[in-house]
Ligand binder design. Structure first.
Ligand SMILES: Nc1ncnc2c1ncn2[C@@H]1O[C@H](COP(=O)(O)OP(=O)(O)OP(=O)(O)O)[C@@H](O)[C@H]1O
Ligand SMILES: [Mg+2]
Length: 234
């Protein structure tokens, strides 16, 4: 359902030189599939997620979602696509400090329409219940723990029922226990909603919970053998 074809991105690195960060990169992710992307700092993981989430355009190559070309869209269409089809969870949650938890979750809806209908409010409430933050709806981010903020960010990423959820070091700022809990919630919600889940992480513990692990190296993705792969093969 998600297909990345020959994706290439370079950045200028001085007067007249450029560094190629993503080099003719290919990837296929099926609906409901969970993948991890690992790789050294600076290898281009965030650059890749930004392309998959249509936050930035490649030099060339394309991303197809259900056969539909993402980068043939103009900027306005791209913004709409991003709002409707992609959910982002960042390392730092990027919640708005002046809004309470419930309002932060509804923000992607309010970006597209003036009013929130009752079914959307119901969905937001259900997500907060599943994430165990339904007793904190009126709290502002400054009154929440790091883990609670991250769970709010997960609800915000899922509110528009995106087909793809992109998470960049979602547990990077959390302690071990909160980090495990958040990873399990992400996986549980991904199964219930049948989204593609693409997680960038430095944690092999988190990566090994996914169906596949890819390593980004020299601008390309290489699939690593995992225990579950080996079991499937044997
Ligand atoms: N807008 C930009 N302009 C110039 N160079 C950039 C830009 N964005 C990223 N880079 C460079 O591209 C390379 C890849 O950056 P990226 O943020 O994708 O790495 P990463 O794999 O996410 O690293 P980390 O694990 O540290 O988050 C880095 O060398 C970075 O300096
Ligand atoms: Mg990064």
């Amino acid at each position: 359902m998600l297909e990345v074809k020959s994706l290439t991105k370079s950045f200028s690195s001085g007067a007249d030189s450029r560094r190629t960060i993503l080099d003719e990169l290919n990837l296929k992710v099926e609906a409901g599939e969970r993948i991890a992307i690992v790789g050294p700092s600076g290898s281009g993981k965030t650059t890749l997620l930004n392309m998959l989430g249509a936050l930035d355009r490649p030099d060339h190559g394309d991303v197809l979602l259900d056969g539909d070309s993402v980068f043939s869209k103009d900027d306005r269409q791209l913004a709409h696509f991003r709002n409707q089809s992609i959910g982002f969870v960042f390392q730092m949650h990027h919640l708005l400090p002046q809004l309470n938890l419930f309002e932060n979750i509804l923000l992607p809806v309010l970006a597209q329409q003036a009013e929130v209908d009752s079914s959307t409010r119901g969905r937001a409430l259900e997500l907060t219940r599943k994430l165990g933050i339904d007793h904190l709806l009126k709290q502002k981010p400054g009154q929440l723990s790091g883990g609670e903020c991250q769970r709010t960010a997960v609800a915000r990423a899922l509110i528009n029922q995106p087909k793809i959820v992109l998470a960049d070091e979602p547990t990077g700022a959390l302690d071990q226990a909160s980090s495990n809990q958040l990873a399990d919630l992400l996986l549980q919600l991904n199964q219930e909603e049948q989204t593609c889940l693409i997680v960038v992480t430095h944690s092999m513990e988190l990566a090994s919970k996914m169906d596949k692990i890819y390593r980004l190296e020299n601008g390309k993705l290489k699939q690593l053998q995992t225990l579950s792969n080996n079991l499937k093969l044997s």
